[in-house]
Ligand binder design. Structure first.
Ligand code: SAM
Ligand code: DTB
Ligand code: SF4
Length: 354
């Protein structure tokens, strides 16, 4: 358990911004390269028609948002998109499906093929497919999945105002299933849905209390989409976002804090403050899952102005199971080969001396 509670976290959150950012930047530098930011791309492999009622989501079938429902993308479509993303500097691809949960059917077998395809390209493969059973998590890990994204979204109290079709504990269970299968965990949430500052901090506490803490925490600002119950939410200010990123960084020092949805309305100066406060990744490419994201050239210009370099894949030392297996076999082979060589040398020494 971390030493933080809501009161100490709130004091930290409300401290003068310069002090907060300085403290967060110091923690960031102690554990991460402050001049590297990972570029990660999103790909909606199955869009729209979702049975859930998440109040922020343009892909829920019950809201009239103009998002068209599609079938699963083919291997070739995903390969082309992944090659484009890699060419623009992304070292990670996150594939999203508008599902409540994964089903054990031919579609899931196809997703496993998609995971293998992107893994073979040397990219970190992330997926966000809804709830997972332990066996499904294991099959994804065996196919080479590196990370699973499943957000808490908000505090347990405010969650009831946002989603009724899936419980908070269901989310915690899926995160546990992903982790037990050896997947790295990506879990965070959204600010700007009408929640209080305490709700934001109450979302961070259960994440910080996971042992170990999540490998990534995405901080999204709401993209208020017409037709969803949240269409009229007021945008959060950049300073609220910087405070949230800084508190996340201090609370979870090793975690990659991901500056996620909502960047189209931010200036490069605002984003620079987010990087200073500990954000270590952005979603790159002109589309998130269904909504717009800054153009690639704008991000390249921002990276150049700030002297930032895109992070290489697997830079935190983890590798997906599929990549770990050959190296396990290789080290077992090398150990056997060297013990054989020692035995041969030993027996030839015995022959020489006789
Ligand atoms: N269907 C799967 C699920 O809900 O677990 C995966 C896809 S879902 C789109 C992934 C996450 O995207 C959500 O948990 C939410 O945090 C984020 N998200 C969705 N719509 C958003 C919006 N309008 N603004 C900001 N974040 C959003
Ligand atoms: C996350 O926390 N944010 C990403 C990713 N995980 C899957 C999704 C953002 C979606 C924004 C709304 C859309 O484009 O549909
Ligand atoms: Fe469906 Fe995921 Fe959107 Fe919720 S967030 S409506 S589960 S696609």
């Amino acid at each position: 358990m971390s030493e933080w509670n809501l009161q100490t976290l709130r004091e930290l959150h409300d401290s003068p911004l310069m002090d907060l950012v300085f403290q967060a930047a110091s923690v960031h530098r102690a554990h991460h390269n402050p001049n590297e930011v990972q570029m990660s791309s999103l790909l909606s492999i199955k869009t729209g028609g979702c049975p859930e009622d998440c109040g922020y989501c343009p892909q829920a079938a019950r809201y009239h948002t103009g998002v068209e429902s599609t079938g699963l993308m083919t291997v070739n479509q995903v390969k082309t998109a992944a090659e484009r993303a890699k060419g623009l500097g992304s070292s990670r691809l996150c594939m999203g499906a508008a599902w409540r949960n994964v089903k054990d059917n031919a579609e899931f077998d196809h997703v496993l093929d998609l995971v293998r395809t992107v893994n073979d390209m040397g990219m970190e493969v992330c997926a966000t497919l809804g709830m997972l059973t332990p066996n499904q998590a294991e099959r994804l890990a065996a196919a080479g999945l590196y990370a699973y994204n499943h957000n808490l979204d908000t505090s347990e109290d405010y969650y009831k105002e946002v989603i009724s079709t899936r419980g908070y504990q269901d989310r915690i269970d899926t995160i546990g299933n992903a982790r037990k299968a050896g997947l790295t965990v990506c879990s965070g949430g959204i600010i700007g849905m009408g929640e209080s500052v305490d709700d934001r901090l109450k979302m961070l506490l259960p994440l910080a209390n996971l042992a170990p803490q999540p490998d990534s925490v995405p901080i999204n600002t709401l993209v208020a989409v017409e037709g969803t119950p949240m269409e009229d939410q007021k945008p959060v200010s950049i300073f609220e976002l910087v405070r949230m990123i800084a508190v996340t960084r201090i609370l979870m020092p090793i975690t990659t804090v991901r500056l996620s949805a909502g960047r189209t309305s931010m200036t490069a100066e605002g984003q620079a403050l987010c990087f200073l406060a500990g954000a270590g990744s952005i979603f790159a490419g002109d589309k998130l899952l269904t909504t717009p994201n800054p153009e690639a050239f704008a991000d390249l210009e921002m990276f150049s102005n700030l002297g930032l370099k895109p992070t290489a894949p697997y830079s935190n030392g983890h590798t997906p199971l599929q990549l770990r297996l050959p190296s396990c076999f290789l080290s077992a082979f090398l150990m056997r080969a060297s013990s054989l060589a020692i035995r041969l040398r030993f027996s030839s020494t015995m022959v020489d001396s006789s």
